[in-house]
Design a protein around this ligand. Structure first.
Ligand code: E4P
Length: 220
């Protein structure tokens, strides 16, 4: 299972990379805005800075919504660095653009997936990744994990190579449940990834081991 971090914050990306378990980064226009990154030149420089930190898989989202413009923007983003994956929204022109970009060997991530039918269309168009937003479905009292399960079944039925990138992850249990269901990738905040480290019995067990070691050393 691949771990992506869902942020445009360079310090958090570095921290996750230093942990040694990071496989990529997802960004979106809202995350870029949150970091105060505005204007084409700054956005491009920021993508390059992210690519310099991680080994691969940097999702850069287009802001165009028409076929010709998505292709133009997507090709320009892909040229920035071989690590870039072009993130395209699940709209009609987006699906057509994914088909075109895939035929040119450009990796794509179809974003804003909220139904199994949308995931199926994106897979047929040749998307490298589909991003079902499970947290946002949970937020409106719909079972986000059920969507991951449904997409897994459909992709396995037909052997689609498109990878399921479980997005809008809110916490560690989302990650574990996605792993159980066979999602290929999760993307979440640093807090959800580092929360996997924690267990109170680990903390108390380690404290006891260290105390026993100290006592035994002092007794000598
Ligand atoms: C996916 O690539 C999106 O950036 C992201 O996961 C959206 O998550 P949110 O619902 O926390 O905004």
């Amino acid at each position: 299972m691949k771990f992506f971090i869902d942020t445009a914050n360079l310090d958090q990306i570095k921290e996750a990379q230093d942990l040694g378990v990071l496989d990529g980064v997802t960004t979106n226009p809202s995350l870029m805005a949150k970091e105060g990154i505005t204007g084409d030149a700054n956005v491009i420089a920021h993508y390059k800075a992210i690519c310099a930190i991680v080994d691969d898989n940097v999702s850069a989202e287009v802001i165009s919504t028409t076929y010709d413009e998505i292709i133009k923007e997507g090709e320009a983003l892909a040229k920035l660095d071989p690590k870039i994956v072009v993130k395209v929204p699940m709209i009609k022109d987006g699906v057509k653009a994914i088909k075109y970009l895939s035929s040119k060997g450009i990796r794509t991530n179809c974003t804003l997936i909220f139904s199994a039918g949308q995931a199926l269309l994106a897979a047929k168009a040749g998307a490298t990744y589909v991003s079902p937003f499970l947290g946002r479905l949970d937020d409106i009292s719909t079972d986000g994990l059920q969507l991951i399960e449904d997409i897994r079944l459909i992709f396995d039925n037909y052997g689609y190579p498109t990878q399921i990138l479980a997005a809008s992850i809110r916490g560690p249990l989302h990650i574990v449940n996605c792993a159980k269901l066979g999602a290929d990738v999760i993307t979440g905040p640093l807090s959800a990834i580092t929360a996997l480290l924690k267990h109170p019995l680990t903390d108390s067990g380690l404290a006891q081991f260290l105390a026993d070691h100290k006592k035994a050393s002092e007794a000598k």
